[in-house]
Write a protein that binds this ligand. Structure first.
Ligand SMILES: Nc1ncnc2c1ncn2[C@@H]1O[C@H](COP(=O)(O)OP(=O)(O)OP(=O)(O)O)[C@@H](O)[C@H]1O
Ligand SMILES: [Mg+2]
Length: 274
């Protein structure tokens, strides 16, 4: 099915309910995803039949050893790469069937992507970095900078708007990168080891920021992490290993608690991971 990007489509329809994992609406699905890399005679199969259903409003953590294929999977979910076989569906539409222009819309509008390394432009200010996706969309400079400053406020950096990217600390740079990922109002937040380069304290604080934004903006979030203590706080933790994705358990969302709490069995599974 072809997805239109004009008004009223799943991709850009703001009236679609966001968040609140209570209505069990599937927003993203991976079906039998395979990714095969070939170099010479060698073949690497990081993803060997991945099935994943993502419900609106949930936060999923993906853990697994280095080289297991976490980044590969996130890139496929964000349409930054294509699978060897299998499909990714967003709001029921196969990304594979979209016209190239609509895939770009999905990538730029429906998905906010956070990388392990922030990739900020060091000579541009924090506000200019956050404004960049809006400028790409054709928003005026003045409006883009106003929105960017609002977002810097949301990530606790209102007073750093004029500071150059290269002059910010690692944790601050990652906060700017999160603001930049969310400035277009995406449905999905996909983060590839967003705290991987940070010390434990900064990692905790960046994770808590992401969790707060996940809730307040009713995002659906998928993050890869090596940090099991952070993975435990997601609604669901999955382990990617030997090309397969398996549940690490279910995290019980606690409305009273700032962060969720995981079922004992799942906690044990993650403890076993080391
Ligand atoms: N473009 C590519 N060409 C060939 N092999 C690749 C390519 N990209 C990734 N790989 C291989 O695919 C496997 C999965 O890589 P991937 O980066 O997805 O792992 P990861 O789980 O994200 O690891 P890490 O935790 O270290 O980030 C690795 O063996 C990697 O070498
Ligand atoms: Mg990776």
């Amino acid at each position: 099915m072809q997805m239109q990007v004009t008004s009223g489509t799943a991709l850009l329809d703001d009236s679609l309910p966001k968040g609140a994992a209570t209505n069990n609406t599937e927003i993203l699905r991976a079906a039998n995803l395979r990714k095969v890399y070939r170099s010479g005679d060698q073949q690497i199969v990081p993803l060997d039949g991945i099935d994943l259903e993502v419900i609106r409003g949930e936060m999923i953590a993906i853990v697994g050893p280095s080289g297991a294929g976490k980044s590969t999977l996130l890139h496929l979910l964000a349409a930054l790469d294509t699978p060897t076989s299998g499909a990714v569906y967003f709001a029921g539409d196969s990304l594979h069937d979209l016209a190239e222009k609509n895939v770009a819309e999905y990538r730029n509008r429906a998905v906010g992507f956070v990388w392990q390394r922030h990739h900020l432009l060091p000579d541009f200010t924090a506000a200019e970095n956050v404004a960049m996706p809006l400028l790409v969309r054709g928003t005026s400079l003045a409006q883009a900078l106003r929105t960017a400053k609002d977002w810097l406020g949301e990530v606790g950096l209102a007073d750093r708007a004029g500071q150059r990217g290269g002059q910010l600390s690692g944790g601050e740079q990652q906060r700017v990168a999160i603001a930049r990922a969310l400035v277009n109002g995406p449905t999905l937040l996909i983060a590839d080891e967003p705290t991987g380069d940070l010390d434990q304290q900064s990692a905790e604080s960046v994770f808590e920021l992401m969790y707060r934004l996940h809730q307040s903006h009713r995002l659906t979030s998928i993050l890869a992490t090596h940090n099991n203590s952070l993975a435990r706080r997601a609604d669901r933790a999955l382990i990617l290993e030997h090309g397969k994705l398996t549940p690490a358990g279910v995290l019980l969302a606690q409305s009273a608690a700032p962060l969720g709490r995981m079922a004992d069995g799942a906690m044990q599974t993650l403890e076993d991971l080391g």
